[in-house]
Design a binder for this molecule. Sequence first.
Ligand SMILES: *Cc1c(COP(=O)(O)O)cnc(C)c1O
Length: 559
Amino acid sequence: MQVDDLQGVLRGQKIAYFSMEVGLTNDVPTYAGGLGTLAGDAIRSSADLKLPLVAVTLISKKNYFRQKLDSNGRQTEETNQWHPEKLMTMLPNEVNVQIEGRTVKVKAWLYKYQSITGGIVPVLFLDTDLDVNTQEDREISFYLYGGDERYRLKQEAILGFGGVRMLDALGFKVRKYHMNEGHSSFLSVELMHKYAMDKEKVRELCVFTTHTPIEAGHDKFNYELVSQVLETVDLSVLKQYGGKEKLNMTLLALNLSTYVNGVAKRHQESSSKMFTGYEIHAITNGVHSHTWTGEVYRKLFDKYLPGWVIEPELLAKVDLIPDGEIWQAHQQQKQILINYIKDVTNIQLDPEVFTIGFARRATEYKRATLLFSNIERLRKIGRRRKLQVIFAGKAHPRDEGGKRLIEQIYTYSRQLKGDIEVVYIENYDMDIAAKIVGGVDVWLNTPLRPMEASGTSGMKAAHNGVINFSVLDGWWIEGWIENLTGWSIGPHPKENIDDSMYFTKEIEDLYNKLEYVIMPKFYDDRDRWIRLMKNSIGKIAYYFNSHRMMRRYVTEAYL
Ligand SMILES: *Cc1c(COP(=O)(O)O)cnc(C)c1O
């Protein structure tokens, strides 16, 4: 039976897509945030388009935690078991990876992602939780981004070395290896060994996508640690391609890939400055249109733009849909969200009130509290015209800064009670993300630039006619046409401006636009508002989708 499972997916040559996290569904909680949902969307689009792709990741069996927030917004985590055996099949094959001098056995779970078009992408979830391994080694595939540097290094070794070996053991023929972020860079070292140190051959096989816009974000390991953990790996190869002082996983991938890209044009520019001498391309991220379009809008698109699921470009013809139906669909999705919030928080929001959404990982650079920078100003705005705000987001269990942000939002929420309703939805995940992006009026995005390499939740919002109001960073620099596709917050990145002025301008801009541009349009000029909603669909969603993204990877990187 297990052999049959692989039959039908082994045929032909594959693109092997490696990612430390993959967000396929809520039932397979092996993701932490945007990188994982992007990988999930890449897999979904590949299946829809019948691209010959196989994905490789770790099972991260104990990644999933339930976020609990007490009445002060203090986060605690409840570990929740999930059961891979209910969703996937453990394959019989076994490969070895040497870690700290021990032989660690690795097996793989097979999950077959099947599209309605009949396309199938096999996803291999590597697992070290086997009887034959020591307890310590069994835990390598437990916690996504868990533990210390040594733990991370072991995980990356399993993914890179173990992943290539597993593909070979299963009989996959691979034409390209795609490293989605530097976590999987060891695969290139494995290929160097496999192809007798033929660097050109290896480069020909490798594609690398970087997601990290700042120097400190790149995975680096000191060589003492590397030599302890990876005793059997030739350090001279690592030093030659991964850096003399420290092993920089990004550098390793850059040196051993023939095609390298950033995830937005702006990110390409910053990456090119960070790594001079490398040709870095830009393939701007996209989201899976069908997954992130709410149910009511799906029906509307089916009716007026049949075929949009496979050809999201058709969304450019959104003007075929009457304004009234766009608005009605939006109100229905807003009501679904409001009902959900009533269910889980017992707070009753008003579907007629202007609603801002902000949901993403609770981590400092995303600046979830920027909206509250001047709370009296915000209160004044909320007293003039009604305003409600919906938040969600988990902090990484060890991210105290991120946890503090949530507590602060709870404090602001109390302070604004009676003037502005601010709700925080617990336990952010893909399903909750889909509900929120489907039902608010405006999607707020306030990252500290240039930290947001791309960002994708605003693209999800656009698929539902939700209008973006965002700092000019990542993808938004490309999607933004002021007053036509949404609004910017703060100066343009090309403007030369010092930091203190920058923050002042940013906050002024946020409040001024909210009070004088955005809310008046929402309440007093519904026709113009619907025009912008349609532009979100026809000028943003039609382009910022993962079908376009994967087609570009095929023509520019894979072929
Ligand atoms: C889309 C998504 C993200 C990424 O959102 P950003 O705004 O790009 O940070 C993170 N988590 C979940 C659950 C998502 O669905």
